[in-house]
Design a protein around this ligand. Sequence first.
Ligand SMILES: Cc1cc2nc3c(=O)[nH]c(=O)nc-3n(C[C@H](O)[C@H](O)[C@H](O)COP(=O)(O)OP(=O)(O)OC[C@H]3O[C@@H](n4cnc5c(N)ncnc54)[C@H](O)[C@@H]3O)c2cc1C
Ligand code: FES
Length: 452
Amino acid sequence: MLDELTEIENPFLRSMTAAIVAASIATFGSGMVIALVNIKGESVYKTALCTSLLATVGGAIFGFVYDDKKGKQGQTLTNVTITPPQKTQEIDRRGWQDWRNFVVERKVEESQEITSFYLQPEDKGEIPNFQPGQFLTIKLDIPQQSRPTIRTYSLSDYSSSGQYYRLSIKREPTPKGLEVPPGVASNFMHDRIQQGSIIPAKPPSGKFALEVQQSIPIVLVSNGVGITPMLAMAKATTLLNPQRQIWFFHGARDGSFHAFYDEMQAIAQQNPNLTLHYAYSKPRPEDEGHYHSTGYVDVALIQSLVKLETEYFLCGSPPFMDSLRAGLKQAGVPDSRVFFEMFTKASKATAEPAPASAPSQATVNTQESEIVLSESQKTFPWQADADSLLEFLEAQDINPNYSCRQGICGTCECRLLEGEVEYQQPPTASVAEGSVLICIAKPKTAKVVLAL
Ligand SMILES: Cc1cc2nc3c(=O)[nH]c(=O)nc-3n(C[C@H](O)[C@H](O)[C@H](O)COP(=O)(O)OP(=O)(O)OC[C@H]3O[C@@H](n4cnc5c(N)ncnc54)[C@H](O)[C@@H]3O)c2cc1C
Ligand code: FES
């Protein structure tokens, strides 16, 4: 009966229903007692009437305050309460500030190297809406790692029901020619994370996000696992703004590396304003009919097919992105219409410098800086050839938390207790006042004190 009561969302209606039920039970109960015990007298009937009235009031109060959400706590994973995506795309972080446990509800192989993980909150509460293109930051307890490993993964799905988050993760091998361990988190996810595993995650975040409701046509360009945010963008636009024109370019080596082929075909069938173009660099005979051109996706290819003024969203490997960004610039596309995200650090040649700031009185030749760590009480002379404070500290065997190493995720945020730093590129993550992102910062003053 409580379950039925939880289905009534309006508290007044719920209150009335509970009052009627409680009154009926009390009246029926006292009637039975009077009949069975066979007692008579005015006071007996008055007592029965009072009991019914009290039950009515009690039922009404109970129905009014009964908490719908608490009532649903014991349900199964698939019955989880969710907030469906809103047309307004408002970011909603209800009840979730820091880490929250998620259960892997499903694990699906998407290609030779990419596997998807469907996550639902362990507490079975609501999951907030997100903007397509945003990511989740997850924390993994990996054996042999001295501390939790934190990584960021784009949300690769956008459904109208919004019942889960999906991450699609590429297994990172050892780079060719290097004798280093393969990717820590991605291999752990592929090999050790199974249905039922618990993964703590932070709320969706990130500024590489599509404003779905705008009307300017969009060109989504990706290669490899860079397809993940593009997929969410194409799906959200198809669902929420299907009249918007989309070109979806994707590059893969061959069909075995091409994830989400069937999923994209299904979206394209639903959306006549979505044009797909797949370029395979080394197609196999069995890939015939699955791709549109041989080679790589480049600006010449894009501009041979797209004749309108558009916005460009790019995500892929660093060389792919470097060449696309340079090509678009050369083709006269203003920077304001090009949005991009890299999963690994950009090459130094193309990294966007931070806006120049006037040197302060305290600015010195940073070769002379000293870096003081207040918590571990260590002091190091800065090495001018270090790319960032994070890299410098790692070389000193200090291992601060990090994930993106590009100022996107905020994982390396650290309080700056004294001195100033300068950024190598503008931070994308929001940074609390008095804190800095050490993955993109270098010292700017003679002494920099960090709360590490
Ligand atoms: C915003 C954002 C969104 C992202 N979305 C996705 C996504 O949707 N899907 C996805 O798969 N990834 C995504 N990533 C990348 C992801 O966060 C991880 O960086 C990736 O999974 C690799 O992590 P790892 O722990 O497996 O590899 P790591 O352990 O970090 O290693 C990375 C690579 O470096 C190599 N390596 C190890 N040691 C050394 C060394 N000493 N010298 C040189 N190389 C070394 C490893 O072999 C590996 O190839 C995203 C990243 C960002 C910033
Ligand atoms: S590691 Fe992501 S912001 Fe520094």
